[in-house]
Design a protein around this ligand. Structure first.
Ligand code: B12
Ligand code: SF4
Ligand code: SF4
Length: 404
């Protein structure tokens, strides 16, 4: 139970959100704020000032036009740089059963948190009491249209070449929540972006942001190079309609996957996915997959690169532009980064989360995938006595591959 500091009204399960706007907010948001204060939001604020109960906000019979509010939220979201904003009921539906099957088959591998938090993922009310609605938002991240198809180049997943999206999206969602709160008063909410057990793709699908591609990612007519984030809230906003699926008979992603990780349409076995093997897996990469990883050292984009809908994708938010030449650096160059350089250069980048040891493990595999050059072999030999047994094992494997 928390107590609203303004009115003393009691409100179950929700802390009072921050209501102050950022000083540097966009002028259009300011305009919307003024407009809103004079209309619907203003009515509510006045109602609260007159001793109204905050609980009235949750009353479907109140005078609030929630459909109009939703459109204002969408507009404010666009002003904050979101490519799309939609609304879903906080009910993941049949996707929950599919998730349980996926977990029961062990497809999550060592991602224990997926199993541990399955019930929280399945039930938004358990994760954040009072939640009845999900505001789902997508932000474009495609940093460029180059490819890293030269063997000496390091292939780093496009999502990880610029700033870490987790905090950035949560900050923007917080601004969106602030914008709502500044107009209608305190309301219950919590923001997420890949930061808690939330079925982000399913809610985005239900909210009409796109359909689920056969690679399982959210796909739209503007492509799939989009991050997702959510606001769980107690506002009774009317849900949007899901959009029609447009994969048709295409199976390009299943065919393109280097490791056969898309074991059936709409089913990824994470244990086979290069994204899992290079990012989530802490230990040794199973040998059967190493040759298939090629020059990919962090994540994999193949199931998106081949997707016909990504021909229509736009370059994303400039925050995701490549840093430290992560779009063009060579494997050897990155292999030679010391731990201090790794930590310093990748501050604020998602790659830093895997740590220097896994970074070297991944690059050793990519170097081992050839071609066999003197420079490559010399770079590997320099790490033969690395303090980490994990690194040493992958370096030895790589040298054996280059010296058959
Ligand atoms: C765990 C996880 C992974 C795992 C597992 C991926 C997976 N497909 O499950 C690994 C590490 C492999 C991974 C990889 C990647 N990920 Co990831 N990942 C997540 C995370 C944290 C949870 C996803 C999840 O719940 N998976 C569990 C399974 C059970 O769920 P599911 O695939 O959504 O669907 C299942 C059921 O719901 C059911 N189902 C649902 N609808 C339907 C419909 C039909 C007809 C059928 C038959 C079944 C079905 O089938 C599935 C079970 O087989 C989310 C963030 C989040 N909180 O949601 C990001 C997220 C999905 N990942 C993201 C990204 C960007 C990636 C990568 C592209 C990164 C990269 N470049 O390396 C790759 C893509 C690989 C791929 N093809 O999925 C983005 C995707 C954005 C988007 N446009 O959709 C997310 C949403 C993060 C974010 N906030 O933006 N990821
Ligand atoms: S990210 Fe790569 S390995 Fe994983 S499913 Fe997509 S194509 Fe396959
Ligand atoms: S490659 Fe084809 S099947 Fe796969 S997500 Fe794109 S359109 Fe759908």
């Amino acid at each position: 139970m928390t107590k609203c500091p303004n009115h003393g009204a009691r409100k179950r399960g929700f802390a009072r959100p921050k209501v102050a706007f950022e000083e540097n907010h966009h002028p259009r948001l300011q305009q919307w704020r003024q407009h809103f204060a004079q209309t619907l939001g203003g009515r509510l604020v006045r109602q609260l000032e007159n001793g109204g109960n905050i609980g009235a906000m949750h009353d479907q019979d109140s005078t609030v036009d929630y459909a109009a509010l939703k459109e204002k939220i969408r507009e404010a979201g666009k002003e904050l740089g979101f490519a799309a904003v939609g609304v879903a009921r906080a009910e993941p539906g049949p996707a929950v059963e599919k998730m349980r099957e996926w977990l029961a088959a062990g497809c999550h591998g060592e991602m224990d948190y997926m199993a541990r938090h399955a019930e929280l993922r399945a039930d938004p009310q358990q994760l954040h009491p009072g939640t009845i609605t999900v505001i789902s938002a997508a932000i474009d991240y495609l940093p460029h249209t180059k490819t890293a198809d030269q063997a000496e180049q390091a292939a780093i997943s496009r999502y990880a070449q610029g700033r870490d999206y987790h905090k950035l999206i949560r900050n923007r969602l917080q601004k969106l929540a602030d914008a709502i709160a500044a107009q209608i008063g305190p309301f219950g909410y919590r923001v997420f972006s890949d930061s808690a057990p939330v079925m982000e793709v399913e809610f985005a699908r239900q909210a009409g942001l796109g359909w689920r591609g056969k690679h399982t990612l959210l796909l739209s007519k503007q492509g799939s190079w989009r991050f997702l984030g959510d606001i769980y809230t107690d506002l009774p906003l009317p849900p949007d309609a899901a959009v029609e699926e447009h994969c048709g008979t295409c199976t390009a992603c299943l065919d393109a996957c280097p490791t056969g990780a898309i074991v059936a349409p709409y089913k990824v076995d994470a244990r086979r996915c290069i994204s899992y093997l290079t990012i989530e897996l802490a230990g040794s990469i199973p040998e059967e997959f190493r040759p298939l990883i090629g020059n990919r050292i962090y994540g994999c984009d193949d199931c998106q690169l081949c997707c016909p809908w990504n021909r229509f994708a736009q370059i994303g938010d400039p925050e995701f532009s490549p840093r430290h030449r992560l779009d063009s650096a060579t494997l050897i160059e990155l292999f030679n980064w010391t731990e201090a350089e790794f930590d310093h250069r990748l501050a604020g980048n998602p790659i830093r989360r895997i740590g220097h040891e896994r970074w070297l493990r991944n690059i050793a595999v990519a170097l081992g995938n050839g071609p066999s050059t003197v420079n490559r072999k010399n770079a590997l030999k320099m790490k033969l006595d690395h303090p980490s047994a994990l690194v040493r094992e992958h370096v030895s494997w790589a040298l054996d591959r280059l010296n058959p």
